[in-house]
Design a protein around this ligand. Structure first.
Ligand SMILES: [Fe+2]
Length: 458
């Protein structure tokens, strides 16, 4: 057959590659190439976390959310940069490497999966986000405890319960600046699903604040905190516990959208956690919150809202190579106002633009914030309380991720087919594009969340 008669195989899209191709190698901190000039006042470490390995032993995991996590960190100081990337060596992954076959997840053997499920054993892939607390670097995934990482070279130290965590610890801890503490929750599934509440103060030991019983086993990804309340929007995504126990079907079938349950709003007073205000509204879904604050007797809650749960299945489709949508389509930044006395919630979009991965300026958490930084489909930018949008578009062959404010700058790790770079923007001049780029010399799969930890005194 002549070459011209061959049917061309289409190149996978960038989006598809980012959700399917493994981190090609691991390394500790190495010098990175800087394009442009790094601001002299930018000093600290950008930590990013996401999937790093999408399968093993010639097989692929059923869903990108089952991937083994990987951390990438970029240290910036004195106009120079260093970078490190490593797959988290979880106990489950080490066990599989030693056995030479898959032992966990929905692609492992059926008897193994059932036995794991019955014993409440989950492979802690640590693949979703990362936090720094009291100098400790913790990689997080919502179904398990934190995984401690060595900040010196990103090697895995191991799982930790921080002295208080009962079952799991969500990947979305939130700080309340005025309380000098970080708050988080963890779900404990069982005969009764319990929502455990935790406080991690800037100084001193972590505390278990209390627990709230939930009517069914939900999937709950994020929450938000004001200076007075922890706020949960429990969307009607139900974990199919029987399916999970019997390990029937694949990963996606473990979660079901049940709109008839509505979305339950739970507002827990931080100082009186046993007295939550609870009520149910029409169903909606959110992955992420931006911020929340008290306004008289009202709570104002900014979040990226979806009508339903389709975005979850879109992610599975991208992982299966059938990418037509990308995360960040369909969700809109909304401002919800909760009246605690009337037990009502009303919510309006702040902008018609679809976006995801909202963040705010550190120090503004829990009080009224000026800007929400977001990832748009083709770049990053910000949206203010009046819906004013500022943005910078990236070329089609570059994919931005969650933007993070760092001092007077905004950082975003951008992924390409061959490598990745940190784009450093002047926070006041985002539309002008990055003032500097810090290049990693290898491919990095999609990263979900991260944090910038300043090494300058606060
Ligand atoms: Fe998230």
């Amino acid at each position: 057959m002549r070459a011209s008669h061959r049917i061309p195989i289409p190149e996978p899209s960038l989006e598809s590659l980012l959700w399917t191709r493994d981190l090609p190698g691991e390394h500790g901190f190495e010098p990175l190439r800087v394009e442009g000039v790094l601001p002299a006042d930018l000093a600290g470490t950008l930590y990013r976390n996401g999937p790093g390995q999408f399968g093993q032993f010639g097989g692929r995991y059923a869903h990108p959310f089952e991937a083994d996590g990987a951390g990438t960190a970029i240290r910036i100081a004195g106009g120079k940069a260093q970078g490190a990337s490593r797959v988290h060596a979880s106990a489950g992954l080490l066990e599989e490497r030693a056995a030479g076959r898959l032992l966990h997840g929905t692609t492992a053997s059926w008897p193994r999966r059932v036995s794991d499920a019955l014993r409440g054993r989950v492979k802690n892939t640590a693949n979703t986000s990362v936090m720094v607390w009291q100098g400790r670097v913790l990689a997080l995934m919502e179904a398990a405890k934190p995984t401690e990482i060595d900040p010196g070279d990103l090697t895995t130290i191991g799982e930790t319960d921080l002295g208080v965590i009962r079952s799991a610890f969500s990947a979305h801890p939130h700080r309340v600046a005025a309380r000098r503490a970080v708050y988080n929750f963890g779900l404990e599934y069982g005969r009764q699903t319990r929502l455990h509440l935790y406080e991690l103060p800037d100084e001193g030991a972590a505390r278990h604040l209390g627990a709230v019983d939930l009517p069914g086993p939900p999937m709950l990804h994020d929450f938000i905190a004001t200076e007075s309340h922890l706020v949960f929007f429990v969307s009607p995504v139900r974990v199919e516990i029987l399916r999970m126990l019997l390990q029937l079907g694949d990963f996606e079938q473990l979660f079901r959208w049940r709109p008839e349950h509505g979305t339950e709003v739970i507002c827990v007073p931080i100082d009186r956690p046993s007295e939550p205000v609870r009520f149910t509204v029409d169903p909606f879904y959110q992955w992420h919150f931006a911020n929340a604050f008290d306004r008289g007797k009202e709570l104002v809650v900014d979040h990226v809202r979806y009508a339903g749960f389709d975005s979850f299945h879109d992610i599975g489709a991208i992982g299966a190579g059938a990418a037509s949508k990308v995360l960040g389509e369909g969700g809109r930044l909304h401002r919800a106002v909760i009246d605690l006395d009337a037990r009502t919630l009303r919510s309006e979009p702040l902008s018609d633009r679809t976006c995801e991965f909202p963040t705010i300026t550190p120090g503004e958490e829990g009080r009224e914030h000026a800007l929400t930084y977001v990832m748009f489909g083709a770049g990053i930018g910000s949206i203010d309380a009046r819906g004013q949008v500022v943005e910078h578009h990236l070329p089609d062959d570059e994919k931005a991720t969650e933007p993070l404010r760092a001092g007077d700058h905004v950082l975003t790790l951008c992924h390409t087919r061959d490598n990745a770079f940190v784009a450093v923007y002047d926070a006041r001049r985002i539309p002008d594009g990055p003032v500097a780029k810090v290049w990693l010399d290898h491919f990095v799969p999609i990263t979900f969340h991260g944090t910038f930890h300043s090494s300058l005194p606060e």
